[in-house]
Design a protein around this ligand. Structure first.
Ligand code: PLP
Length: 278
């Protein structure tokens, strides 16, 4: 496929990432994953704002202006004739011999590519089971950095136990999943962890809260516990690739009736409409 490498669209074979890239040594970089529906980028501005925030907080300068970068991503999607899929974009602090201090001379290295990815219709319909696990990550989970080892270990922990994902918690307070946010429904109200330093501020999370507001479904951003999760009427996860996926069991115990609930389904329908309106 065609890649975006720095400022240029190139065939993959012509993209050469150095073994001295700090992304490789240190995970010293940031990334974004955009969803493409019908050849169009979904919530592109929100993703760009989050990228700018990640870049600023880890002190990497974006190699191009956000508007220009967005334009290049649109061209990347077109060059790959992508209709349903994702765009992966990463920016590292650049190439330098291995040493912790920021290199004086290095320039950020940007690359992006597209993936064909059908919508997760089966999981969205039938739901997934999840297992709980300690959240062992650092205290800046709001930054979308390349340091995903805890998330990788967490996802494999779930798969090894026949579950679809983990739900992570800090001392019994539920934070998020390995690559998605999590929401519970109790008495018709949605509850989800506040957008602070302990979770990624999911774009899908924000979309769902906006849709809930439009549908006049009450939503509360507050920490909730594992026991509240176990006793919830409905549970679902939100993410760029997961969309709105119901959770039907936690640690082997069935949630709700073991199927997606009415609030989840209403939100899923509204989400469908937001895709169609794109
Ligand atoms: N939480 C984590 C740890 C993630 O990696 C992701 C996305 O990949 C999310 C939440 C969901 O965020 P978004 O809805 O922006 O995809």
């Amino acid at each position: 496929g065609v890649y975006l490498y720095q400022n240029r669209l190139l065939p993959q074979e012509e993209v050469h990432i150095s073994p001295e890239d700090r992304g490789y040594y240190f995970g010293d970089g940031i990334y974004e994953v955009f969803r493409v529906y019908n050849g169009r980028l979904y919530e592109a501005d929100a993703h760009m704002r989050r990228l700018q925030k990640s870049a600023a907080d880890v002190r990497i300068e974006l190699p191009s202006e956000p508007e220009q970068l967005l334009h290049q991503l649109v061209e990347l999607v077109a060059a790959n004739r992508l209709t349903e899929g994702t765009v992966y974009l990463q920016i590292t602090r650049g190439e330098a011999s291995r040493s912790h201090p920021f290199p004086k001379a290095a320039a950020p290295v940007l690359m992006a590519f597209t993936n064909v990815l059908p919508r997760p219709l089966a999981a969205v319909q039938s739901g997934i089971s999840i297992v709980s696990m300690d959240d062992i990550r650092w205290l800046r989970c709001d930054l979308k950095t390349l340091n995903l080892l805890p998330n990788v270990l967490a996802k494999q922990h779930a798969l090894d136990r026949g579950a679809g994902d983990v739900v992570m918690h800090r001392g019994g307070t539920v934070t998020e999943c390995s690559a998605s946010n999590i929401m519970i429904v109790m008495g018709g109200r949605i509850v989800t962890h506040p957008a602070n330093n302990l979770i990624l501020h999911g774009i899908t999370r924000a979309v769902v809260l906006r849709l809930a507001n439009e549908l006049e479904i009450a939503a509360e951003e507050r920490p909730f516990t594992l026991s509240e999760l176990m006793e919830a009427d409905e549970v679902f996860i939100t993410g760029t690739t997961a969309e709105i996926t119901p959770v039907i069991a936690v640690d082997g115990a069935t949630i709700g009736g073991g199927t997606s609930g009415p609030v989840t389904r209403k939100l899923q329908q509204a989400f469908e409409r937001s895709i169609e309106a794109l």
